[in-house]
Design a protein around this ligand. Sequence first.
Ligand code: HEM
Length: 126
Amino acid sequence: MELARSLTLIAHFLGLAMILGPFFIQMRARTNYAFGWVLTGATVQLLTGIALTGVAEMRLADDEMSLNYLKIGVKLVATLAIFVVALKARVRQRGVSPTGNQRALLPLLHVSGALALANVAIAVLW
Ligand code: HEM
């Protein structure tokens, strides 16, 4: 159980990097935003987050542990929002030339980065 939790948590950190990496590197760029990575990262976060919740529920039976479902729910909604924003951006990006100015899509990268940062803060501080 502990190994399953550790491996899933590692994947959870990789998914986090896939969202925040493009955000930090491209927050001032004009084109070629890596929304594909952001979308993959959001998918990884949804799958690993739900798996981590499942593993934690199983551990509930063993320990005197309790789960904060409100916190998990807020993280789930924020991650679904990142997924939708990245999907929308990816679809709009396909209609623009790869060398053209894609600046109109930059707010979507900022929204996904801000929501991922909020989720890190929620995960650690709440
Ligand atoms: C962008 C999305 C997300 C980010 C950036 C994120 C970030 C994090 C971080 C940094 C941790 C480690 C906290 C610590 O060990 O102190 C964590 C743990 C956790 N996350 Fe997420 N998370 C995201 C999405 C989700 C989602 C969607 C769920 C559930 C549906 C979820 C459920 C969990 C759970 C249950 C843990 C605790 C794992 C454990 O210690 O056993 N996360 N998350």
